[in-house]
Design a binder for this molecule. Structure first.
Ligand code: SF4
Length: 281
């Protein structure tokens, strides 16, 4: 997928320097005033965007200003407030569970170690790293989200795909004081330049150091073509010419009478073959 590139301290330092020049003020984009708010916002941000979360949290923090208040929340009152963020039932359960654990185990204060944070409901290593690095100033690792994963791979900083292993690679090659700012800068670069599908390599200052420069779009196109071939092979006969598969009967409410429509498709073939004949004439 990506070429193997030798990760030298010099090369990592150059990348860090360029990213610092490009994004000197990169920071977590979830609005917050303290560790409690950042923890809540980060739990909510799963499968959502920071922009969306920032529309929800002002009212949430006004109603539940601390872990004590959130621990007493009624899910029926909390769920509508976070509905827009997706997976609202699970998130409400995790938020209340997290707040109760913070109250019961830590007297209402957000714990300040990785081991204690990851014991809270809804808190995995990434969330803990966000809180430790950006709200508490006590980085214990590197935040590895979808952007950091993608860019670390594209830049040849890791060959891993598992976030925990990617984090280990980044912790090994970066000085500790770079763990938090480097991750923020990768996230900003991923959101604004090195997009997943169409990285803007032409305008990327990392291109001279990037083994993936100008290759990703081509790879994406090739991957799409490669993915399309097996699918076509799996759908022989009448369905091969279909522009798009019919919706599942369960979704449309259609009864099994939909089947004759599929068997009717081969009949259309003679009509198609007739067209070229008329053109030739
Ligand atoms: S050169 Fe292209 S692939 Fe490499 S980091 Fe920049 S935008 Fe991403």
């Amino acid at each position: 997928m990506w070429d193997v590139v030798v990760v030298t301290p010099d090369r990592v330092a150059q990348l860090a320097k360029l990213l610092a020049e490009k994004w000197p003020d990169a920071h977590v984009e979830l609005d917050h005033r303290n560790a409690y708010e950042l923890l809540v916002a980060t739990i909510l941000s799963a499968q959502s965007t920071d922009k969306m979360i920032n529309t929800v949290t002002p009212a949430l923090f006004a109603k539940y200003p601390d872990a004590m208040a959130l621990a007493k929340a009624d899910p029926a009152a909390l769920e509508p407030m976070i509905y827009k963020t997706g997976f609202f039932r699970m998130k409400a359960k995790n938020l209340i569970g997290m707040a109760r654990a913070v109250v019961d185990r830590h007297g209402g204060s957000i714990p300040e170690t990785m081991d204690e944070l990851v014991e809270l409901p809804g808190v995995a290593r990434k969330t803990a790293n966000v809180v430790l690095g950006s709200a508490l100033g006590k980085p214990a690792g590197v935040v590895v989200d979808t952007h950091v994963s993608r860019l670390a791979q594209r830049l040849g900083l890791t060959e891993q795909t598992d976030p925990v292993k990617i984090e280990q690679d980044l912790m090994r090659i970066l000085p500790r004081d770079q763990w938090t700012p480097f991750a923020h800068r990768l996230i900003w670069h991923g959101r604004r330049v090195c997009h997943a599908k169409k990285p803007d390599c032409e305008n990327c200052l990392l291109a001279p150091l990037c083994p993936s420069a100008f290759l990703v779009t081509i790879d994406t196109k090739r991957q799409r073509e490669a993915n399309a071939k097996p699918k076509a092979a799996r759908k022989p006969g009448a369905r091969a010419g279909a522009k798009s598969p019919p919706p599942p009967a369960a979704r449309t409410g259609a009864k099994p009478t939909a089947k004759p429509a599929r068997t009717a498709k081969p009949v259309a073939k003679p009509k198609r073959s007739a067209k070229p004949a008329s053109r030739r004439a």
